[in-house]
Design a protein around this ligand. Structure first.
Ligand SMILES: NC(=O)c1ccc[n+]([C@@H]2O[C@H](COP(=O)([O-])OP(=O)(O)OC[C@H]3O[C@@H](n4cnc5c(N)ncnc54)[C@H](O)[C@@H]3O)[C@@H](O)[C@H]2O)c1
Length: 251
């Protein structure tokens, strides 16, 4: 039985994971941490990590970027493996993630779904063929109106995967409204749509001379992220220091 601390337990993803863990005999949530408590959780909830003294095998985080620095300090101090799912981290925070991973196991993935993690691999192959043939790369992502960060961490991860395959020579462009110039070849445009209750949609468009190839992924329920996070926790519990991602979990 893998004992989990759920950080951000009363958010939308936290509630989803509580339900998934309750139905999974291999995991148990032994404590939750959240700045708000509705008294509805079947496990103890602490207002801050520093108050949480419950023994666990792994921490799963779906909270907010401003909470991540303290969370990493806590995991390093306790030697607690951490599945870090919160998005919108700054470059400094990403450097902090790498530093923490030198001391404890950290698995970070902007998108915990199987489909997106497979897509990250497929895009490398597609980019390696299409970019040298002159195809331009554009990414369009769509999410619900309550999402705070833009573009999505998944859109950046998709762009990073393509850029890695192309020698990291591409610039990311988020807004072309202030410029008048022909599109340079070595850029990846990333556009964000926000509205309603869209769970998460990503289109990666390779636009060439007279043909367009689009890779589309649509999440229709947050459950895909929750299931992925629980599988990631099972994988990470007991692992030594290092930076892991969902690619390691799906093999
Ligand atoms: N990696 C993925 O696959 C994936 C999927 C979905 C969402 N996310 C990300 O996960 C995060 C949470 O998403 P959500 O939709 O559940 O958001 P949410 O706003 O519904 O929930 C966040 C929860 O964190 C709590 N919180 C805020 N500050 C805190 C702190 N200092 N300590 C502890 N808890 C704190 C809030 O009270 C809230 O209950 C976001 O960054 C989102 O983009 C990632």
């Amino acid at each position: 039985m893998i004992r989990l601390i759920l950080h951000g337990c009363n958010g939308r993803m936290g509630k989803m994971i509580s339900g998934i863990a309750a139905a999974d005999p291999e995991v148990e949530i032994v404590a939750g941490v959240d700045t708000r408590d509705d008294g509805q959780n079947p496990y103890p909830v602490f207002g801050s990590l520093s108050d949480c003294n419950v023994e666990a095998d792994c921490l799963v985080d779906f909270s907010t970027a401003s909470a991540v620095d303290g969370l990493l300090d806590f995991c390093v101090e306790k030697g607690l493996p951490c599945v870090l799912c919160t998005t919108g981290l700054s470059p400094e925070q990403l450097a902090g993630v790498k530093k923490a991973a030198g001391k404890v196991a950290v698995l970070r993935s902007a998108n915990m779904s199987l489909g997106i993690n497979l897509l990250l691999k497929l895009l490398k192959e597609a980019a390696g063929v299409l970019a040298p043939a002159g195809f331009d790369v554009e990414i369009v992502e769509k999410h619900h109106k309550r999402k705070l960060d833009a573009p999505s961490g998944t859109a950046i991860a998709l762009a990073d995967s393509i850029n890695d395959a192309l020698g990291n020579e591409y610039e990311y462009v988020y807004d072309r409204s202030g410029r008048r110039q022909v599109r340079p070849g070595k850029e990846i445009g990333i556009s964000a749509v926000r509205g309603g209750t869209i769970v998460g949609e990503h289109d990666v468009i390779f636009a060439g001379e007279d043909e367009v190839i689009t890779f589309s992924h649509m999440a229709t329920s947050r459950a895909v992220f929750g299931k992925g996070a629980v599988e990631a926790a099972k994988f990470l519990a007991g692992k030594g220091a290092g930076l892991y991602d969902m690619g390691d979990v799906i093999g």
